[in-house]
Design a protein around this ligand. Structure first.
Ligand code: NAI
Ligand code: ENO
Length: 308
């Protein structure tokens, strides 16, 4: 089987994992006519039934090998920790010329875990939509999720250029802007922009939950602005985020080290009443926010808060 050229719908797409991202892709691919047929793979009978009931997929499978056998595109959309087992299970069923891609939040580990199971004549194009919410599961998806968002592709050297272009076409057709990044660089950038913020949110909510009962209750009752935003992020899927931290360990630990040094400096400034240190730092971070907004507007991106 050879994949149809960029610009033509895929004949049959398999979504391995039909959660927030998988279901959003199913809806977007249907809305924009990007696949003639969409099949899915889920371990539980409940998820398989739900995906059919919601009209996400034409057919659902329990076994990844059965799901992928007739497909010209296979999308891994499970937590990253499941990749090696899924890739091993489906390797013998992949059709020659098929493209395997993924949506995982870390890319070096995706290449490490999937790469060895991709047969000769099948193309692996790792990808990561920078779009999501704290929701999970097949009912969480919506077709607009990827609009005005980046999707980063991290093809290892030697990846078939046509396969990369085909996957780029898919994401552009779902409304995203596609950039290509080196996998290690991707993992470093995402460690500071996405992974560390989630770790901080998990920690601050955990710290609040450990306070004595009356303070904790008031924290919940009066949670405004900052803390409320942290609780949204800290409600993100536990298994997905466990796998992000276990699989981007080095970059996250490096960013965490820098963060903790900066936090200690702030702690010191507060202790010694160094108001100018605090004000100077807060002024510079305010500038950084302006920079983010300006750059997003220049790229005609809508700098809205995450879609919930
Ligand atoms: N949630 C988000 O905001 C974003 C998530 N991602 C990435 O997308 C991937 C999927 O995340 P979500 O859709 O948010 O998660 P989700 O939890 O909504 O969906 C994941 C699905 O995979 C299924 N699954 C787990 N192990 C499986 C296996 N061995 N075989 C078949 N299905 C299996 C789960 O049952 C679940 O239905 C992750 O790798 C994540 O890093 C990427 C961008 C944003
Ligand atoms: O909901 C949020 O705030 C997010 O940050 C969504 C998100 C989560 C994980 C990703 O790999 C990409 C985007």
């Amino acid at each position: 089987m050879t994949a149809a050229p960029a610009g033509q719908p895929f004949r049959q797409v398999a979504l391995i994992g039909v959660g927030l991202i998988g279901s959003s892709m199913a809806l977007a691919m249907r809305r924009f006519g990007l696949a003639e047929r969409v099949v899915g793979c889920a371990r539980s009978a409940e998820t398989r039934a739900k995906a059919l009931e919601l009209g996400l997929c034409d057919e659902m499978f329990e076994d990844p090998a059965a799901a992928v056998s007739e497909c010209d595109l296979v999308v891994l959309a499970t937590p990253v920790g499941a990749y090696a087992a899924v890739a091993e299970a489906m390797q013998r069923s992949l059709a020659a010329g098929a493209i395997v891609t993924d949506v995982g939040s870390v890319k070096q580990a995706a290449i490490r875990d999937v790469g060895p199971f991709v047969p000769e004549g099948v193309h692996f194009v790792p990808g990561h939509p920078i779009a999501g919410t704290e929701q999970s599961g097949p009912e969480a998806g919506f077709a607009e999720l990827f609009e005005q968002r980046y999707c980063l592709l991290t093809p290892p050297p030697g990846t078939d250029a046509e396969a990369v272009e085909r996957v780029a076409w898919l994401w552009r057709s779902m409304g995203s802007t596609v950039d290509v990044l080196e996998p290690g660089h991707h993992d470093q950038v995402l460690a500071i922009t996405s992974h560390l913020p989630h770790l901080i949110a998990y920690t601050i909510v955990h710290t609040a939950m450990g306070l004595e009962e009356s303070t904790k209750q008031e924290a919940i009752k009066y949670s405004a602005g900052g803390f409320r935003d942290f609780t949204r992020i800290a409600a993100s899927d536990p298994v997905m985020w466990r796998d992000v931290f276990l699989n981007n360990r080095e970059s996250v630990l490096e960013m965490l080290q820098r963060f903790s040094e900066d936090l200690t400096a702030l702690q010191r400034a507060i202790r010694w009443g160094e108001g100018e240190v605090l004000e100077d730092l807060f002024s510079r971070t305010r500038e950084a926010r302006r920079g983010v907004i300006e750059q997003h507007q220049a790229g005609s991106f809508d700098p809205r808060e995450p879609k919930t």
